[in-house]
Write a protein that binds this ligand. Sequence first.
Ligand SMILES: C[S@@+](CC[C@H](N)C(=O)[O-])C[C@H]1O[C@@H](n2cnc3c(N)ncnc32)[C@H](O)[C@@H]1O
Length: 223
Amino acid sequence: MGCSIQKSGSLRQEIAVQMLDNRNKRLYSEWEEHWKGSDKLANLTLVGHLIFRAKKKALADLVARLPVRRVLEAGCGLGRILQVYHEMGLDARGVDLSPHAVAACKNKNLEAEVGAIEEEQGSYDLVSSDGMLEHFLNFEAVARHLMRVSRRYVLLIQPNHGSFCGKTLSYLTDLIRSDKRVFEYNYRIQDFVEVFNLNGFVLQQSKPILGDTFRILLFERVR
Ligand SMILES: C[S@@+](CC[C@H](N)C(=O)[O-])C[C@H]1O[C@@H](n2cnc3c(N)ncnc32)[C@H](O)[C@@H]1O
């Protein structure tokens, strides 16, 4: 009796893992589809341009003060953020599971490889990720891999769904461009902070960007 309860418990767990796996596989092929039109997506809209300019400035100001040299941009996409690190003279490398995205990075002479963060084997002073975690149903599983390959810092750029501007932008984007958007969950900034704390990283900086539409979160390893 006890044994069959145990068996059905572990079967349920296996099914849950399998479902999550399938969900991630679907998400990964969605990203590849998304970047297939990357030539068109390379040109930012006016709002996209404003957002990127603000992100770039805030990021460069913050990272310039950190004692870091080797940087990994996880989910580097078309390489916009990777390019910022490159221009700062850092030893920066990108990884993305979309071959189309990586090809776009290589066209810009950026160092990037096709791969999943889950399989990354390197070790970095700073592991950075912009707009990746909010697309996962279970973002902690992926966040743990960012932490695993970081010797010291993890930096996230996350939409802030808790702010007025963040909520408004998300609503308008859904309304106007829902067909071009990869679905994202509306995690709170505090959700990221709690998950990193639980895994031995503490928040060092939380920097609002463009009316708090986005936040740069800098975590440091404490154990
Ligand atoms: C919003 S885009 C990032 C855009 C990028 N920051 C830029 O500057 O162009 C998120 C990226 O994460 C990638 N991605 C999603 N899950 C991943 C994973 N597990 N490992 C590596 N890359 C992943 C997607 O393919 C996508 O290109």
